[in-house]
Design a protein around this ligand. Sequence first.
Ligand code: SF4
Length: 263
Amino acid sequence: MRLTACVSSQVGCPLRCSFCATGKGGYSRNLKRHEIVEQVLAIEEILKHRVTNVVFMGMGEPMLNLKAVLEAHQCLNKDVQIGQRMITISTVGVPNTIRRLASYKLQSTLAVSLHAPNQTLRETIVPSAKTYPLEAIMKDCRDYFLATSRRVSFEYALLAGVNDKAEHALELAELLHKWGRGYHVNLIPFNPIDGTDYQRPHKKSVQAFATTLESRKITVSIRQTRGLDASAACGQLRNEFQKHPLLTNSDIMQPQIGMAVAC
Ligand code: SF4
C-alpha cells in the first residue's frame, strides 16, 4: 500500500498566497531537521504502516528553509529508507533556490506551484511572484530537468472563475510547450477556507481544464482532495501553532504540527 506523508517545513508561512489558510495565519519559525523527520515517523507510528512517499507540501515554503529540508531529505532517504524518487519538494518559487536544489542533483521531484499561466494573474494569486517572474521560474525549471532528468510537476489550484477557464488552460499549454518537455500538471480543485471569496470550481470545469491540456499533449492529473472536513487538505493546514506561536517545546512535539495528513 502506498502511504504518502505530506510534511511541513515551517510553522506558518510568510508568503501569504491569497488562497492559502497557512499563509493567512502568518509565520512563526522554521522547523528543524528532526521536526520534519519526526512527522514521518509519527505517521508510521500512528498508522502502523511504512510511509512510502513524502511530499513537502504541508505548512511553509520549503525553499525558505532549504538547509533543514535537505538535511531531512538525506535522513529520510538514508535512515528511514525512503527512495529519493519517492520524495517531492514543493515550492511556490523563491529566487535562486531551484538552481541551488538542482546543483545537488537529487532524484526527487520538484513541484512548482504555478496557479496561473501568466505573470499578471499569478501576482494576484501569489503575491511573492513579484520577486520571481514567471519566465525566470520556467527557465529554472527547465534547467532543473536538464540537470536531474526528473520531470517537474506544476501544481495548479483551480479557483472558480479566476484561473479555471478554457483560455487559461490554452495559455498554460502554450507556456509549457515554449519551455520544452519534462513537465506534468497537477490540478487541485480549490478547498474552501475562511477569509477568502474564492470558490471551488465545478467538477465539469475541472475536467474541461484537464481535457484542454491533454488535447495539447500535456500530461495531467487531478488531485483527489481528502481531509476537507478536518481542515487538513492542501492549503488548509492552519492550527494552534499559528494561533499561539509561543507554545512550549513539549507542545511542539505533538503530532498535529502538520504531521500531516496523507494528502
Ligand atoms: S501556498 Fe505554500 S507558499 Fe503559499 S502561503 Fe501557503 S504554505 Fe506558503
